[in-house]
Design a protein around this ligand. Structure first.
Ligand code: NAP
Ligand code: MG
Length: 488
């Protein structure tokens, strides 16, 4: 049975207007806490729809680039205000569409507003340097040029923050955007674009086309008129984006997976470490790229840490994230649930010891949703699948180590390098960790998840294309430097 009451159909946004896909093909976006609930119908667009969006963007680009950057920034302030007015409604949509709890969804939406204001302000800040010329009558300086049309491809796990942390800098630096959100969260995406629409941006400056990644995403990769692609998602798709963009000479930026470690040293504040491991590993049902996945614990505190961890985990409340008092919601989709359960089975089959959770939850009204228990394994070795691959679910692997050197060596023994944290009071430990850990985000006495919008964000190794997003780092991707020499 499908419950269908007042379910709205969301359209594409092309050239400043809401338009159906050619053929008006739609598909439902479901609530992962109760799959009978349809959050909205979204367009399942095709290649022609993308074509129109790219053409509109191309047409709008010159006028947008010619606007003064502070004026472009003014538009972003208006978008921020529009989003602020709808914070509660959009957060609720996010919770219903992908399952994270309402407080988390509110926090993310507030962050989206802050990102918009940050980049609105960027429209007022310097974009170049004066460099002394060897010619005493010359003036040499740098300025910045936008890329042109930028394709934005985003995942479902931060359906407000990630699109905004790409779209806002793209626009303020003078680019125009063709946005393809994850189909899983296309209703939330449409509501974000409604805020851009309300701000009255000129037609063609921002366009959104929803539909399958294999069609719309791939179309962005291949389109000769798209000058840059910024992507966040899995490393499998990310590599396709990078290869496709490189092949036709487009600029690209990839933010991909993580397998993030936390190290708990013998002298750690154990309560703090436990709290951070739970928050970093299990909030958002483990579906953060910066989520804690592997926990390396020095042998002297292993048993105490484990005991405290399990005592806290049993207290977590799991259910529909719309309800008060719920700490952890469902996996975002059925396929995500299946992936998580299959990793749990692999963990057991490869010899890890399951010490908590491991089951799908179907009791007490959860049977229509994609709920899984918070899960903890021990006796995990570095060669096991659950120690190597990103699970993107609420699964922690505990690994006992004798020394800090061993912990860092094992922590680095993965192809990812997004974030990493350590709990210790010892300054020597802290400095070794900062120096030796292979991660783009290094956290000391703080959880592995949690980043600030004004600071550079990105990973090492196969977590990223080695570029950085957010803060002032964003200008490096969204513009090219022009070095200018003027002779009087
Ligand atoms: P995904 O499957 O790679 O999808 C990401 C986006 O790419 C979606 O919009 C998807 O569209 C699209 N896509 C799919 N196939 C494509 C193709 N052939 N060509 C172009 N685009 C295509 O990732 P996800 O499952 O949504 O998100 C989870 C992943 O994101 C995890 O690996 C996580 O670590 C990563 N992530 C990384 C960061 C970071 O900043 N490092 C942040 C958050 C998440 P459809 O899904 O609509 O088909
Ligand atoms: Mg959904």
């Amino acid at each position: 049975m499908t419950v269908k009451t007042d379910v709205k159909t969301y359209l594409n946004y092309v050239n400043g207007a809401w338009v159906p896909s050619q053929g008006s093909v739609t598909e439902p976006s479901l609530n992962p806490a109760d799959k009978r609930q349809i959050v909205g119908y979204v367009q399942k667009s095709g290649a022609e729809d993308l074509e129109q969006a790219v053409a509109a963007a191309k047409k709008g680009q010159r006028a947008w680039r010619k606007l003064a950057a502070p004026v472009r920034g003014e538009y972003l302030y208006k978008v921020a205000n529009a989003l602020e007015k709808r914070l509660d409604e959009i957060a609720e949509t996010m919770t219903r569409e992908m399952g994270k709890t309402l407080p988390e969804a509110r926090g993310e939406t507030a962050r989206g507003i802050a990102i918009l204001r940050y980049y609105a302000g960027e429209g007022m800040r310097k974009v170049g340097d004066v460099i002394p010329s060897t010619d005493s009558e010359g003036l040499m300086f740098t300025t910045r040029a936008p890329l042109g049309v930028v394709g934005v491809i985003t995942p479902w796990n931060f359906p407000v923050a990630i699109p905004i942390w790409k779209i806002a800098p793209a626009l303020v630096y003078g680019n125009v955007v063709v946005f393809k959100p994850a189909q899983e969260t296309a209703v939330t995406a449409a509501k974000i674009i409604e805020c851009f629409d309300e701000a009255g941006l000129p037609p063609g400056v921002i366009n959104m086309v929803t539909g399958p990644g294999s069609v719309i995403g791939q179309g962005i990769i291949d389109h000769p008129d798209i000058n840059g692609i910024t992507f966040t998602g899995s490393d499998t798709v990310g590599k396709r984006v990078g290869q496709g963009a490189l092949a036709r000479g487009a600029k690209y930026q990839l933010e991909m997976g993580g397998k993030n470690p936390v190290i708990v040293a013998d002298d750690a504040d154990l309560d703090l470490a436990v709290e951070a491991t739970i928050s970093g590993g299990l909030r958002s049902t483990g579906q953060k790229c910066t989520a804690t996945s592997r926990v390396f614990i020095q042998s002297g505190v292993y048993d105490a840490f484990k005991e405290k961890l399990l005592a806290k985990i049993v207290q977590l409340t799991i259910g529909d994230g719309m309800q008060d008092g719920i700490w952890m919601g469902p996996c975002a989709s059925e396929s995500q649930l299946k992936t998580v359960l299959s990793y749990i089975e692999k963990g057991k089959a490869e010899g890890a010891t399951l010490i908590h959770g491991g089951r799908r939850l179907t009791e007490n009204g959860l049977e229509q949703g994609f709920f899984v228990e918070p899960t903890v394994f021990e006796n995990v070795t570095s060669d096991m699948t659950i120690a190597q691959e990103e699970i993107f679910g609420p699964v922690l692997a505990l690994i006992k180590v004798d020394t800090l050197e061993q912990a860092i060596e094992l922590a680095n023994d993965v192809r990812y390098g997004l974030s990493a944290s350590i709990f210790t009071q010892n300054i020597g430990n802290i400095l070794s960790f900062i120096g030796d850990i292979e991660a783009g985000l290094v956290r000391v006495n703080a959880e592995s998840a949690g980043v600030e919008l004004q600071a550079p964000f990105g990973g090492m190794k196969q977590s990223s294309s080695h570029s950085r997003e957010q803060g002032q780092a964003a200008i490096e991707f969204f513009t090219s430097i022009k070095t200018v020499f003027i002779k009087a």
